[in-house]
Design a protein around this ligand. Sequence first.
Ligand code: FES
Length: 146
Amino acid sequence: MDWAGNTTAMTNRREFLQKLLALLGLTTFASFLYPFFKYFSPPAGQAGAGTFVLSKADIPVGEAKETVVNNTPCVVINRPDKGFIVLSRVCTHLGCLVDYQKDKKRLLCPCHAGIYDLSGNVTSGPPPKPLQQFPIKVEGNSIIIG
Ligand code: FES
């Protein structure tokens, strides 16, 4: 390779590196912008909606359905004899997500065995207060949450 060939190769390499750095810079810039816009944009779907509706038929007596209310993981429970209730799944101890246990008619926190009844009251374990309850209205075949 002669002197002119070396110069052309170096120019090509330099252009390639400049383009690569520009791409990396753009990617880095986008990675900072994304969380910014995500923070200020409204949440998608029902999570951000003030009110949303579920069908009563989707949750037979004794069953539950997990959902999200105002960005909080929740469970809608159709309690035998007491009707529907919407409870936060966020344990009031350290914030783990509680699970509905149909057979034991309770909510169990898997982290430290905190137990709540189907009204969200603490029955056992370390949680200091009941689960947060969300407003609900039952009209006809609809459960209106929020
Ligand atoms: S986080 Fe639920 S009992 Fe500790």
